[in-house]
Ligand binder design. Structure first.
Ligand SMILES: Cc1cc2nc3c(=O)[nH]c(=O)nc-3n(C[C@H](O)[C@H](O)[C@H](O)COP(=O)(O)OP(=O)(O)OC[C@H]3O[C@@H](n4cnc5c(N)ncnc54)[C@H](O)[C@@H]3O)c2cc1C
Length: 345
């Protein structure tokens, strides 16, 4: 039997046997956790338990890794869900809470916070859904596997981080109430904290990205082509919003060349590179939605507003350049979008 993870098999161990009795295992201890308390985590000792072989030794880890790829997409979906809930809780509270003589919603700083929360949430949603769609495509066409792996790592990385940020922001909008157990935001944040940790933390996703972009499959070139093709397909007014993305794509190309020339330095740089790639793919996906919305009959332009805000936040300004005080922090169309947002269907 090979040593280490190569020697692992995979087994399904039922909790109860056919006659209804408990299978032969012992829970050594349940763990005290920050969140996900509704889902017990413990150490289990198998004592002659009955199990069914899913994969024999040497293939167990490989099968588990396939399952992991799938559950990382679930993680991204859950992260988008957390952000949606965070946005809804914050918006509902801001509409009814009076502070300094006016509803919270009337304060422009709160509007900015809500719009940022909404933009991050929508970015997570389009990325998670696109990754899920790519999963389906890859089942029919093995050539799509590399793109799926890359998207999955980017989606797991980006959405989990933003879910924690979104849950924190919502808690803050609810103020002291948000910090109490009487409101859902405390649990939302506690539960969100696991999203960047399990299914492989951010560094592990970034290392997967590094392996892929420097590997034989040349996922680095594939990413560039996919983003460029998506950008080229965006027509109409949405195309005008894409201007900051061309220099970002150029930065990506330069960084990729650098990593190819110095692969040993890759692990130290790949976090920043992964962040750039995640921002780029989210931005083009939001723009694609904006372009589609332009052609729809209902005349809505929600995605154009969201894409514009997302791109401004992530690509609009050089780091440490200071705020642009000449720009309107919230425009009339964004304000109208927040006002029309429905909380309960
Ligand atoms: C609530 C909960 C439930 C879980 N349920 C399951 C389950 O059902 N099944 C299961 O198999 N697992 C489960 N896990 C385990 C989970 O998947 C791991 O905890 C997680 O993947 C991180 O692995 P680790 O704890 O071994 O951390 P480590 O591998 O020790 O990593 C610690 C830190 O170091 C970083 N790091 C590690 N290696 C490198 C590197 N080479 N370069 C740079 N940074 C690195 C990581 O990014 C991380 O930030 C669960 C975890 C939690 C919290």
């Amino acid at each position: 039997m090979p040593a280490g993870s190569e020697g692992l098999g995979l087994y399904l161990v039922p909790r109860r046997l056919d006659d209804g009795s408990l299978n032969r295992y012992r829970v050594r201890r349940l763990k005290e956790k920050i969140g996900t308390r509704g889902l017990a985590t413990g150490e289990i000792e198998l004592q002659g338990a009955i199990g069914f072989e899913v994969a024999p030794p040497t293939r167990g880890l490989r099968i588990m890794m396939e399952a992991l790829a799938y559950s990382r997409i679930h993680n991204a979906m859950a992260a988008a869900g957390v952000q949606r809930r965070a946005f809804v809780e914050a918006l509902g509270y801001a509409r009814q809470r009076q502070a300094f003589g006016a509803p919270l919603m009337a304060h422009s700083a709160i509007q900015v916070q809500l719009l940022d929360l909404q933009a991050d949430w929508m970015a997570s949603l389009v990325l998670a859904l696109t990754t899920a769609q790519s999963f389906d495509l890859a089942q029919q066409d093995a050539a799509q596997q590399i793109w799926l792996r890359l998207l999955t790592a980017l989606a797991k990385y980006r959405t989990a981080e933003d879910a924690v940020r979104g849950a924190t922001s919502a808690l803050e909008i609810l103020g002291g109430n948000g910090y109490t157990e009487e409101y859902p935001t405390a649990r939302l944040l506690r539960d969100a904290l696991v999203l960047p940790v399990w299914e492989g933390p951010a560094n592990i996703q970034a290392l997967e990205v590094l392996r892929l972009i420097l590997g034989k499959s040349n996922a680095g070139g594939l990413f560039e082509r996919q983003v460029a093709a998506l950008l080229a397909s965006i027509k109409g007014e949405a195309a005008a919003l894409a201007a900051p993305l061309q220099p970002a794509l150029q930065s990506y190309r330069q960084a990729l060349d650098h990593l190819r020339a110095d692969p040993a330095g890759g692990p130290g740089h790949i976090g920043a590179m992964t962040a750039l790639m995640a921002d780029l793919i989210c931005a083009v996906l939001l723009l694609r939605e904006a372009a589609l919305e332009e052609t729809a009959a209902d005349g809505k332009q929600r995605f154009a507003l969201i894409a514009a805000r997302y791109i401004q936040a992530r690509f609009g300004r050089r780091p440490h350049a200071g705020p642009d005080l000449t720009a309107d922090p919230v425009n009339a169309a964004e304000r109208a979008m927040l006002d029309s947002e429905r909380i309960v269907d």
